[in-house]
Ligand binder design. Sequence first.
Ligand code: FES
Length: 153
Amino acid sequence: MSEQSEIRTVDTNRRGVIATFTGIGAMLIAGFGYMAFEYIRSSKLPRASNIIVSKTKELFAGKKNTTVHFNGRKVFVQQRSETEFVAHSMICTHGSCTVEWQERSSIFVCPCHNGAFNSDGAVLRKPPERPLVALKTTYDVAKDQLTIIETEL
Ligand code: FES
């Protein structure tokens, strides 16, 4: 009798182990399935090589900077003169968090590890080692059209 009781205990443990591994296996399959779906979905999204901002004067009326979305990422555009614009990726070069523009001090601050960059994208405070990525810009005065060109984004 006591031998049978011992066997049942072993069976119960075996079922528990099988159930646990089945659960882990199901989670792994679901995880890989999701990653495969996201990879396929993102690879089908069209990627622009540049972005054209029309009516630039209207967009910058009363302000010196704005944020635009470029291939799903934020780009910060500053107007330096009537015809000169600079654009920086807002993706922190340390850990890819999105930096925030601090209007008062005119710097970018990263909320993740408190890294900071000046308005030209240079590192002011580590941990980032590299400056923010600058994007090329051109401005067509006649069309009042700003073009931001993808470089390293
Ligand atoms: S991710 Fe920006 S400072 Fe670390």
